[in-house]
Design a protein around this ligand. Structure first.
Ligand code: ATP
Ligand code: MG
Length: 256
């Protein structure tokens, strides 16, 4: 057990430090993998470049993501250790609002971590959590070992999958099996960001409330209107706008 830091509320990086603490606690409880801590640090670096706020292309992508979740026959929200440690309540709320299934989907899979992630989701109000134990019995082709296990009732048979903080190899495999992939990834250059159908370049703690608000807003629309929203979205273009935004921001910051 590490020594807990007391973070003064007025500290300029209080929120970021609080999130770090949540992840460290998650690691100690066996929810977050050690590599998850490293992934978080990489995310933080990109968040600095964005100014730690939702930028317009991310809001646009969140709205398209909501439309595709509402249009899906069988949408599934994939949950890894970092997501469970940071935003369990929001994941459960989104799954109820769409509605979509929740599936534990771990890069470093162990029975203990599966159960730990499931129990966080149950505590946050989830009624059903897929992908734990023997129920993760199907395999995504072309991936090796424990990384390819999925639930036949969940991701395996899903048409739309939301993957917060996913690895590039696994995103590519999901694409190859014909899924429509929505990614939340702070790094617009990662293979996940580049491969997904909709990439929300934002911190998961800000992206999920935006998707949730958009789902609540778009729910009342007809399918044809949702299709129009989705049709207007182009991930390539949106990623270009994201990278341009970062460039402009850095240019402004570098001016004296
Ligand atoms: P890829 O495998 O897609 O090429 P990678 O190997 O750099 O990328 P992974 O560790 O596989 O990255 O995946 C984790 C991703 O999650 C990283 O791109 C990181 O920027 C992102 N990430 C980390 N924390 C957050 C967060 N809180 N919100 C959104 N994204 C995050
Ligand atoms: Mg990776």
């Amino acid at each position: 057990m590490g020594i807990r830091l007391k973070i003064p509320r007025i500290h300029p990086r209080a929120d970021s430090l609080k999130k770090r603490e949540e992840l460290i606690k998650g690691e100690e409880k066996g929810v977050v993998a050690k590599a998850g801590l490293i992934a978080h640090g990489r995310g933080e670096a990109f968040d600095y470049l964005l100014g730690e706020k939702t930028i317009p292309p991310a809001l646009f992508a969140a709205r398209a993501a909501a439309a595709s979740l509402l249009l899906a026959e069988h949408p599934v929200i994939s949950v890894n250790g970092n997501a469970a440690a940071l935003v369990p309540d929001l994941l459960v709320r989104l799954s109820k609002s769409v509605p979509a299934d929740l599936e534990v989907n771990l890069f470093y899979r162990s029975r203990r971590r599966e159960e730990a992630v499931k129990s966080i989701l149950i505590k946050a109000g989830a009624k059903k959590v897929l992908g734990v134990g023997r129920s993760a019995s199907a395999r995504i082709p072309e991936l090796f070992s424990e990384r390819r296990k999925v639930d036949p009732r969940g991701i395996y048979s899903a048409d739309v999958v939301l993957v917060p903080l996913e690895d590039g190899d696994r995103t590519l495999s999901l694409k190859r099996t014909g899924k429509f992939v929505i990614a939340i990834d702070l790094n617009p250059l990662s293979r996940t960001a580049q491969t997904a159908d909709i990439t929300i370049v934002d911190n998961i703690v800000r992206a999920l409330p935006n998707i949730l608000a958009a789902v609540e807003d778009l729910k009342r629309l007809e399918k044809a209107e949702l299709k129009l929203i989705l049709g207007r979205f182009d991930n390539r273009r949106n990623l270009s706008e994201t990278i341009l935004y970062i460039r402009e921001r850095l240019a402004a910051l570098s001016r004296e």
